[in-house]
Design a protein. Structure first.
Length: 75
């Protein structure tokens, strides 16, 4: 499968005291709305709106097979 590494820009909401962001917001406003909603539910807690600024992908490492030779002298 060929991957041209093109993605839509997105934002996420992160709570500084735990949990990892899992939902991609397709607009900054959507992420701000969610951060506002969560902040109102948990007064005093801080939520950050994070913007994806880069994405990276590493190719799988090359695997090579080892060839064995038969030793003509068995001892």
């Amino acid at each position: 499968m060929t991957d041209n590494l093109t993605r839509l820009q997105f934002w996420m909401v992160w709570h500084e005291e735990g949990g990892k962001p899992t939902y991609r917001h397709w607009s900054k406003q959507s992420a701000l709305d969610e951060a506002t909603r969560l902040a109102k539910l948990t007064p005093g807690e801080v939520f950050f709106v994070l913007k994806a600024t880069a994405g990276l992908k590493a190719n799988e490492p090359d695997v090579q097979r080892v060839k064995f030779e038969i030793d003509p002298i068995p001892f």
